[in-house]
Design a protein around this ligand. Structure first.
Ligand SMILES: O=C(O)CCC(=O)C(=O)O
Ligand SMILES: [Fe+2]
Length: 355
């Protein structure tokens, strides 16, 4: 496809990458308040949580709960091992995304995102005029609740795309429930303290992020620095190509690749529910000049209409309430995307005191 890419908001990054060395101006990041875009950074000593120890009540459970509490109050994220998802399912999930991406553009076009929607196959959403765009294409799908799925956006090629994603969704849902219970236990709260706010019909979106090779990885973001608006995000990383980084104490760290482990980070909703004890971490994804990268992120949020607020037992004279309550899926997405696309932190909109 030829044409002036800067004037064509629907042009995929994949096509720009195939065109050659020019990066349209709109992708070039002129302002980096969180530091230079570079991969020359220390590797993160990422906490590792063994999910099988959390789900059984054995002698090692308490130790694992302590690790969980420590991971979430420092980094806000960890790697999960022994999560129970078969490795072949994880491989197939990621490979299906890759296969879809290799299809001719005309075959992918029928799943294209409509201008006013977030679901479907598309590039970075343009929400305001001078927005710097991320070097990424994506398939973005609501996967739960099941009756809210818009199957017109779910690829039918490769053939197993839909069943694999359905199965993965079921598994992630179970993992998140175990984690929410464990997180409450880790804070000495009743098991259901977070689950009560999460509800029976969580809203889950899965996003396949594709990062085509970029001729100037030092000038663009694959995904700009942000914290997730979810309660919990479960991420499958590329099995070979690094790119994800977390910020801690104003320093970026590279996330190491551990095949078949999942990365879990908490999002703004858990920061609010835990009254700031668990941190919704800033993270970003960088691009790479040699190789494309893929990641699959599942954003898990409470069911529609649930009111989110800090758990009462965590509030006392020493620890005052830090956040306003809000209706998660009703109010937050609007705030979230407006702030997010401007590189601002949406959680600031619900803080009672500015920090
Ligand atoms: O690609 C990655 O590793 C991270 C993506 C991410 O942070 C997101 O989709 O919210
Ligand atoms: Fe994210």
């Amino acid at each position: 496809m030829a044409g002036d890419s800067e004037l064509d908001p629907y042009r995929m990054v994949q096509e720009l990458a195939e065109d050659g060395d020019e990066i349209p101006e709109r992708f070039i990041c002129k302002d980096t308040p969180y530091g230079l875009i570079t991969a020359s950074l220390p590797l993160m000593d990422i906490p590792v949580i063994d999910l099988s120890r959390l789900s059984s009540s054995s002698a090692t459970t308490d130790e694992e709960l302590e690790k969980l509490q420590s991971a979430l109050s420092s980094w806000g994220c960890f790697q999960v091992i022994n999560h129970g998802i078969e490795f072949c399912l994880l491989d197939e999930l990621r490979e299906n995304g890759r296969q879809f991406l290799k299809l001719p553009m005309k075959d992918k076009q029928k799943y294209a995102r409509a201008a006013s929607e977030i679901e479907g196959y598309g590039n970075d959403m343009i929400l305001y005029e001078n927005q710097t765009l991320d070097w990424t294409d994506r398939i973005y799908l609501l996967v739960s609740p099941e009756d809210g799925r818009k199957l017109q956006y779910w690829p039918e090629d490769p053939k197993s795309f839909r069943v694999v994603l359905e199965e993965y969704t079921t598994r992630v849902k179970m993992i998140v429930e175990t984690l929410l219970k464990s997180m409450a236990k880790a804070l000495n709260l009743p098991d259901n303290s977070f689950l009560n706010q999460y509800g029976e019909r969580p809203v889950m979106y899965t996003r396949y992020n594709f990062y085509p090779p970029c001729p100037r990885p030092d000038l663009v973001h694959g995904v700009k620095p942000h914290a997730d608006g979810s309660a919990i995000t479960v991420l499958q990383q590329d099995e070979e190509v690094e790119g994800l980084q977390f910020l801690k104490d104003n320093q970026w760290f590279r996330v190491p690749i551990r095949p078949h482990a999942l990365i879990v980070n908490v999002g703004d909703e858990i920061e609010v529910m835990s009254n700031g004890i668990f941190k919704s971490p800033l993270h970003r994804a960088l691009t790479n000049s040699a190789k494309e990268r893929i990641s699959v992120a599942t954003f898990c949020s409470p069911e529609v209409g649930k009111e989110i607020g800090s758990v009462e037992e965590l509030i006392n004279d020493k620890n005052p309430r830090l956040y306003k309550t809000y209706k998660t899926v009703k109010d937050y997405p609007e705030i979230f995307f407006k702030y997010y696309q401007q590189g601002k932190r949406p959680i600031d909109a619900v803080k009672l005191y500015s920090s």
